[in-house]
Design a protein around this ligand. Structure first.
Ligand code: SF4
Ligand code: SF4
Length: 108
């Protein structure tokens, strides 16, 4: 009663993630060079390179299964064009587990 409450009135109030927080991925499809390094380095086989339509035709780009992700950020570290990064976004809950499978177009 004499200290400030430690809970928040979610969703009106949101927790601010720490600088080194690792949340859901963001992919810049324009600068992805389809090298597949992110898929090869992933320790939990979370990333699959899938055919993705772009302005310049089909390209292979990373699809991420968040059910398997460890949020280790190795995929971000190895990406040669810095087009794949982990954001501070921690809001990716779902009622259907199929929604944890994120196609490249979903990772904006
Ligand atoms: S953060 Fe780690 S576990 Fe998740 S997709 Fe990237 S390399 Fe794989
Ligand atoms: S996201 Fe980065 S590491 Fe993955 S395929 Fe594209 S360029 Fe290569």
């Amino acid at each position: 009663m004499i200290t400030k409450p430690i809970t928040l009135n979610f969703p009106e109030e949101r927790e601010v993630a720490l600088d080194n927080y690792r949340g859901i991925h963001k992919l810049d499809m324009k600068t992805c060079i389809s090298c597949g390094a992110c898929a090869r380095i992933c320790p939990n086989q979370t990333i699959e390179m899938v055919d993705t339509p772009t302005d310049k035709g089909q390209k292979k780009m990373p699809q991420i299964n968040l059910e398997r992700c460890l949020f280790c950020a190795l995929c971000e570290e190895v990406c040669p064009t810095d087009c794949l990064v982990l954001t501070k976004n921690y809001e990716f809950e779902a009622y259907d587990r199929r929604n944890f499978l994120k196609r490249p177009e979903d990772l904006k």
